[in-house]
Design a protein around this ligand. Structure first.
Ligand SMILES: NCc1[nH]cc(CCC(=O)O)c1CC(=O)O
Length: 291
């Protein structure tokens, strides 16, 4: 998936900045190497630390991340900036079922491969008779485990399956009201050194400012809640035709029994993210997020 993402950026650069030469610097992160539970890896940024270091060392000038994998409770690593957000892809989660069923039609006890606490909690909320089974590894290896019969079905990101060239594995995209997407879903961000003017200018040429404002609203909410990939939080901002941003957000207990929802509209992404976070905190989000 990472290589496909870099390839997309290379293609965009070829179109919009043909004078720029692009050299791909492949890196492996600790999140890629570690096959156990991410919470056991200690600390956050499993998918970003090594990339931050390559930027700071000058081994790379531009980094491509999934916003979803960038820790949500701290500013950009010192010396770097998130310079541009790219046009968003589909933000939804989807069911991958070799038998082609919809999630509503799965029988009790069906083994659903997912490790994301946000997916697990929303599965418990809407489909308590299904069984979440932990799974790790990239999307390709998860599909291989599914095909080997270790799981009956999977929950994965629609955008991820498109990026790895396997959209035909998507059985059923799930609506954003039932499964509120992860903050930053379907969104790529370009990171560079904060004093690297040429890289900043190149990143700007690829920027989608609507995606930037939507992501800012979602991540402001996440920053205030101090949420991370270990917190069952969903957040999805979208720009309305009148230019205002809508932000829906959900904090949910792991067992799916307590659900806090907020949905507000505003023109300023920071005001919006702050207001939605405040609403969730008033409803008791802190108690759910710090058990
Ligand atoms: N946690 C891994 C990860 N990070 C980003 C995506 C999907 C692509 C995206 O939302 O940008 C995925 C795979 C998945 O959740 O199925």
């Amino acid at each position: 998936m990472a290589l496909a993402q870099v390839e997309r950026v290379r293609r965009m650069l070829t179109e919009r900045r043909p004078e720029v030469t692009v050299e791909v610097v492949p890196l492996t992160t600790s999140g890629d190497r570690w096959q156990g539970s991410l919470s056991e890896l200690g600390g956050k940024g499993a998918f970003t630390k090594e990339v931050d270091q390559a930027l700071l060392d000058g081994r790379a000038d531009l980094a491509v991340h999934c916003v979803k994998d960038v820790p949500g409770d701290r500013p950009a690593p010192a010396g770097t900036v998130f310079a541009a957000y790219l046009t968003r892809d589909d933000v939804r989660d989807c069911l991958v079922d070799p038998a082609g069923r919809r999630i509503e039609d799965l029988p009790a006890g069906t083994k659903v491969g997912t490790s994301a606490v946000r997916r697990k909690a929303q599965l418990a909320l809407h489909h308590p008779h299904l069984t979440a089974v932990p799974i790790r590894g990239n999307a390709n290896s998860r599909l291989a485990k599914l095909d080997a019969g270790e799981y009956d079905v999977l929950l994965l990101a629609v955008s991820g399956l498109h990026r790895i060239g396997m959209p035909e594995r998507i059985t059923h995209p799930i609506g954003v009201d039932a499964f509120v997407p992860a903050v930053g879903s379907g969104t790529l961000v370009l990171q560079c050194r904060q004093d690297d003017e040429p890289a900043l200018e190149v990143a700007e040429a690829l920027a989608d400012h609507r995606a930037g404002r939507e992501t800012e609203a979602e991540r402001t909410m996440l920053h205030i809640l101090q949420g991370s990939c270990h917190s069952p939080i969903g957040g999805y901002a979208r720009t309305e035709p009148d230019g205002r941003i809508s932000l829906r957000a959900r904090v949910i207990s792991l067992d799916g029994k307590t659900v806090l929802d907020a949905h507000e509209w505003a023109s300023d992404p920071v005001v919006l993210g702050t207001s939605v976070a405040a609403s969730l905190l008033r409803q008791g989000a802190r108690e759910i997020l710090t058990p």
